[in-house]
Write a protein that binds this ligand. Structure first.
Ligand code: HOZ
Length: 425
């Protein structure tokens, strides 16, 4: 499958890919080389059609190549691809983002989620004058040095124990605690008084698979950070605009000091954002001394794509209700089919992102997620792919449902799942 494309790619790219988890290493077989994508489908270079639940790893909430979004992108491109200067559209996109995330009093556009998270922790350190940050075991906030410690996503998928190239002095400034464990956060602050700049957390995890906060975890961590003079940073790169016009902060009622966004905010083009409290953002250059910059930041084509995407979502008041109905049905029926086939599986879902873990006990943190039967997942993944269903090639990622997934797409997927589950036992 796609072996000639892969062979050629391997001559120029490590593993033949430009982002490791795409390489199918943990599931076996060759990655799909994609030719095009429309709505809920992707098409590979050999002309095969797949119902897509990768959704470009999150952004494709409207489905692929939405005609209104593509028109806005083409129109913007005709006026110039990049200016490296401010545009009025940047302010317009910031306004839309503020409607969804009112806590982002000031913000900065960057080009990737990695940049957003990396810049947010630099800002937290600059604002507080403290060196340490806390992150959760198995959480992934991009590949900046400080954040690649005990990371999820591709690092978890490939089972990389620690990443060479990151000096101990840098890794040592990142403290690791389990997700959903407020006592561990409290203990960290006790052990390092006055040293912790902030806690960066995916308020709903997406990169150890989807894992939901339990027992008022987010309220507790906000309180603990506040009491200790540290900033709470919500990484909503995956969750922003996924379940509602807002993020976990809106759903939970917990307001972080800083928020990172990406993926849907740029509608599938390279755009990400960090922002939050105005007094904290006042530390960012040129208003303040914390430096961060980028030629492509606020790129006009990406900004146009973000505006068109967010406008399309807001103009349809049934959007999130319909997306929720599709996703809830998908999760419920998939679970029923697994159980009817005798396959041990549990799922976690936040709106239209979800993960089915191949284990029987619920998953509330990374150590639970790691107990999943990854070999069984790999087999299931390959059976589904052969049946024309494109899932993320890792147990530690999410499946994304888009508004273009029709009942017939879901029926076909569930039919494929039914026969695949039977072959697992
Ligand atoms: N970090 C992404 C998954 N959570 C992978 C992105 C990609 O490989 O394109």
């Amino acid at each position: 499958m796609n072996s000639s494309a892969l062979e050629k790619a391997c001559r120029v790219f490590p593993g033949g890919v430009n982002s490791p988890v795409r390489a199918f290493k943990s599931v076996g077989g060759n990655p799909l080389f994609i030719k095009k994508a429309f709505g809920s489908k992707v098409y590979d270079v050999e002309g095969r059609e797949y119902i897509d639940y990768v959704g470009t790893w999150g952004p494709a909430v409207l489905g692929h190549a939405d005609p209104d979004v593509v028109a806005a992108v083409c129109e913007a491109a005709r006026d110039g691809l990049s200016f490296g200067a401010p545009t009025e559209n940047e302010t317009a996109l910031a306004g839309l983002i503020q409607q969804a995330f009112p806590n982002m009093e000031k913000m900065r556009f960057v080009s990737s989620g990695t940049e957003a998270a990396m810049s947010a922790i630099r800002l937290a350190r600059g604002f507080t004058g403290r060196p340490l940050i806390i992150k959760c075991d198995g959480a992934y906030h991009g590949h900046a040095d400080s954040l690649l410690v005990s990371a999820g996503s591709g690092v978890a998928t490939l089972g990389i124990p620690g990443c060479p190239g990151i000096p101990d002095a840098i890794a040592g400034c990142t403290l690791i605690i389990p997700f959903n464990d407020a006592a561990a956060l409290e203990a960290c602050f006790k052990a390092h008084p006055g040293q912790i700049a902030g806690f960066i957390v995916e308020p709903v995890c997406g990169n150890m698979g989807v894992v939901l906060p339990e027992n008022d975890y987010l309220k507790k961590v906000a309180k603990i950070c506040g009491e200790n003079g540290a900033l709470l940073i919500f990484d909503e790169v995956m969750t922003g605009f996924r379940a509602c016009f807002g993020g976990v902060s809106r759903v939970s009622g917990v307001t972080p000091d800083l928020t990172c966004l990406g993926k849907i905010a740029g509608g599938g083009m390279p755009l990400a954002v960090y922002g939050g409290r105005a007094d904290v953002m006042a530390y960012i250059a040129p208003d303040g001394p914390v430096y961060q910059a980028g030629t492509l930041s606020g790129n006009p084509v990406a900004v146009a794509c973000g505006i068109a995407t967010l406008k399309k979502i807001t103009h349809d008041e049934t959007f999130y209700r319909r997306l929720e109905e599709k996703s809830a049905r998908f999760e419920k029926e998939l679970g029923q089919l697994a159980s009817q086939a005798g396959v041990a599986a549990v799922s976690n879902r936040f709106g239209s992102m979800m993960t089915m873990f191949f284990r029987s006990e619920r998953v509330k943190d990374y150590s639970d997620a790691k107990k999943s039967d990854t070999a069984r997942f790999a087999k299931w993944f390959r059976l589904m792919l052969n049946a024309g269903i494109y899932l993320a090639p890792s147990q530690f990622e999410a499946a994304f449902v888009s508004i273009t997934h029709s009942d017939s797409d879901l029926d076909k997927t569930l039919e494929a799942a039914k026969s695949s589950f039977k072959k697992l036992v």
